[in-house]
Design a protein around this ligand. Sequence first.
Ligand SMILES: O=C(O)CCC(=O)C(=O)O
Length: 198
Amino acid sequence: MDLFSNTTNLLPYDGETLYYGHILSISEANRYFEALMHNIAWQHDEAIIYGKHYITKRKVAWYGNENYNYTYSNTTKQALPWTPELIALKQLVENITGTQFNSCLLNLYHTGEEGMAWHSDDEKALGNNTIIASLSLGAARKFSFKHKKTAEKRDIILEPGSLLVMQGTTQTHWLHRLPPTKTVKNARINLTFRSIVY
Ligand SMILES: O=C(O)CCC(=O)C(=O)O
């Protein structure tokens, strides 16, 4: 039986984004959250925007099959080898989506006041019509989409242990962001499984 056959597209046009809901139980999600908090090589993120160097409060980490480079916001990261928890989560996500991923970008938001600004994941290294599988752990947070031309918006709450999959032309036509909020006090970890194509 396909438990996830009822997922519907969150986007009205120009892309396909599927919310699978919980793919981990609450206790599994908590266990992975604690393990990743301790076993991941978290570092503050960096960005160079109009020549100015920014360091974020949010932390990030980059893992992969090989020591891939990933460049965004004018800075480059080199992938670390998978940890056992990341391999287990990658396999789970691959079984559900029927897609193989060769890398994962992790983000750690210590409280709701840390977020991520509007952007799309359209870097060359990901190729066209890339598929990105986003797994959430820790605090539930709102996640938003905005169409690049019409400015139409869609919001969704990403629950701990849930999976969101962005595919098709989503990155070409839609921006996404994690809006900051004062109402969330707890930490959230997000894992985005990706495929570097080169
Ligand atoms: O934390 C999230 O859910 C979003 C992360 C994100 O937008 C990204 O990695 O491109």
